[in-house]
Design a protein around this ligand. Sequence first.
Ligand SMILES: Cc1ncc(COP(=O)(O)O)c(C=O)c1O
Length: 452
Amino acid sequence: MLSRITTTAGRHPQTTHAESELQGSIRRRLHEVIPGGAHTYAKGDDQFPAEAPAAIVRGEGCRVWDAEGNVYVEYGAGLRAVTLGHAYPRVTEAAKEALALGTNYSRPSLVELECAEQLVGLIASAEMAKFTKDGSSATTAAVKLARAHTGRDLIALCGDHPFFSYDDWFFATTVMTAGIPRGVAELSLTFRYNDPAGLERLFDAHPGQIACVILEAERSEPPRDDFLRRVADVCRREGAVLVLDEMITGFRWHVGGAQAIYGIEPDLSTFGKGIANGFSVSALVGRRDLLELGGNETDRERVFLLSTTHGAETHALAAAMATMDVYAEQDVIGALHEAGRRLRNGVEAAAGAAGVADHLRVVGRDCNLVFETRGPDGTPSQPYRTLFMQELVRRGVLAPSFVVTYSHDDQTIDATIEVVAEALEVYAKALEDGVERYLVGPSVKPVYRRFN
Ligand SMILES: Cc1ncc(COP(=O)(O)O)c(C=O)c1O
């Protein structure tokens, strides 16, 4: 079974658990020069079990290799940005071709135009697009545009959605508020998903003061009772801008984003991640009259909107265009859902067989699965999350989630299910004996979200 997981050259991680000298030294060096040991919060040591590889040296398809040549089947690649698979040839070739022509000029490149046209053609609510390098700057720009358009300061964001931006307007609503001026928190109001009455109460309490409502269309919980349309109606009635964050849903739920599935038309939406199969491209798209506030044609006060040196690097946009071509020619979305469905069914069957179905649950849309881990008392448990990930890592599966790519084939999914089944046998024992007996390192830390 292990050899099925390791179908591409590379060693399977050994099940001796002491950290090797090389892994230890990489880990120490990472923390010596990089705060948190990684440039992305979710990649940090505090989010993975102790035996997870310290660093990755290469990826291909749905697999990654660590510095010692150990190979892992990976889920949730690139924070869900890698939707086709690592080093997907069509995309890397397009990027290489663009690289040979230079990456950044003093005037817009043609690829900026063509990529914007291609993207706008895919998203129903998009009349214009502005590219940037990361999702956070796109959502922050949406908030800024909404404030400029409405002349209002407050924003309403969904308190159940874990991440919109690294900027203060979002982090002021979390438990990680160090460095954020006190007044900022007062400008960011939160509402609960699937609670339209709660959102209306915010507008009632702050009449004429809320510039925008920002949310994802769907996280692990689907919208109930026409929630999204009701949010859109509230925004229209109150004159607030509706911002849909499609960073995850875009190019995963549907090429045109979850808005295409639910039939809603946001004023602005933000895309990233899957647009370019892991290359650094994100976009703010939406209504012309709003986006033009950041353009030359406006007769209103101009907004300084998303101007960055590297915002339109040619090779990344060429990668985005190639990625969009692949989506146009092949049923990537259907395959992501199909692979996820196969994995979900297998994991649920394995959890049932191990008697832990109430403790390990797979949630979310098939194309974007996460797992919930619960301890003996049935409440969410970080130690059990750590144990589950640890047992997967030991068997060659690196899985902070069960988010698949287009490169996860049936054979790999089935091999993963077998690994999950073994991991769940350990989980079941830990529920009897106590998790501490089985954990070899500290528990992964809970994330920073809180509802206020
Ligand atoms: C829904 C959502 N919005 C925004 C962002 C921010 O994107 P980035 O990390 O590219 O800044 C993320 C990143 O995880 C996200 O998941």
